[in-house]
Design a protein around this ligand. Structure first.
Ligand code: NAP
Length: 258
């Protein structure tokens, strides 16, 4: 049995635990205090929580830090003496470098990785980046249990943070806008949401299964002088692509400042 401890029972910590548990990992979530254990246990009865450092780390092969960036240094200090060189340490915390984590840990040769999953991990569909290193295969396997994994240079984490970490929210914003188009076209809210959701899922699965460039798939459904080309040209003339690219660029600039 592979034991994973997640420090921080927040949105991402719970999503990771849910996904990993479904794939045979034994997961413990470490809370701040007893009161948080009681609250979280009521909310998520399928998960295991503790506030005791020793219970959290003594059997763990992997320790994942999933707290807010401002809380990471103090959280690591609170766990002094309970994290060893044998542990594989993974941080999903945005903006904190491996070098900083090394300083917080004060261990001679720790195995530290950064990972950037997203909340689709709860349903096994996260797109996760991990940093490279000697235990990379092990870390890759762990995150494959919650979706797809790519290994990237640590310097590319701000870009990936926005493209994947924020990516779910960006795609949801698209779904919301598409839904509004459905309502404007006369469908009710329920039908419009179903329509927007299924179109996005269908398009994603088509790209995945056909392994083709989106432009090839677009050409296949664009009749000369038809309604699809009219709609697509209107989207472009209103700056759809540049507005998305610029927004993501702005998000990346912000991520670099975190
Ligand atoms: N959410 C995402 O989709 C996403 C995606 C990629 C990366 N991330 C990164 O993942 C991290 C967590 O994000 P999140 O959205 O899950 O944040 P969150 O919901 O605020 O969760 C953080 C959790 O950690 C708890 N905590 C604080 N100090 C602790 C300690 N010493 N011991 C144990 N638990 C402690 C917090 O408790 P209190 O609330 O009581 O303080 C809270 O429950 C962030 O650094 C974020 O950058 C998030």
């Amino acid at each position: 049995m592979k034991h994973v401890t997640i420090i921080g029972p927040g949105n991402l910590g719970i999503a990771l635990a849910t996904g990993m548990q479904k794939n045979g990992y034994v997961v413990t979530l470490k809370c701040k205090d007893e009161q948080q254990v009681i609250e979280k246990q009521q909310q998520f009865p399928e998960c295991t929580f503790t506030e005791i450092n020793e219970d959290a780390t003594s059997d763990a092969h992997v320790i994942i830090f999933a707290v807010q960036p401002k809380d990471l240094e103090e959280t690591i200090a609170d766990m002094d003496g309970h994290i060893w060189e044998e542990h594989i340490i993974i941080s999903v915390v945005a903006g904190i470098t491996i070098n900083s984590i090394k300083k917080f840990l004060r261990l001679p040769n720790p195995h530290i990785y950064r990972a950037m999953p997203n909340t689709a991990s709860a349903i096994g569909q996260s797109m996760t980046a991990i940093s490279t290193g000697t235990k990379q295969k092990y870390v890759q396997e762990l995150f494959k249990s919650i979706g797809s994994v790519v290994c990237i240079d640590e310097l590319q984490f701000p870009q990936f943070t926005v493209l994947s970490g924020s990516g779910v929210a960006i795609a949801l914003k698209f779904i919301r806008a598409y839904m509004q188009a459905g309502i404007q076209a006369g469908f009710n809210e329920h039908t419009s949401l179903e329509l927007a959701r299924e179109v996005l899922i269908g398009a994603g699965n088509l790209v995945r299964e056909k392994q083709q460039h989106p432009e090839v798939l677009i050409d296949a459904v664009t009749t000369p002088n038809g309604c699809t080309i009219t709609t697509l040209l209107e989207m472009d003339s209103r700056g759809f692509t540049s507005s998305l690219v610029n927004a993501i660029e702005k998000g990346i600039s912000k991520a670099k400042l975190l």
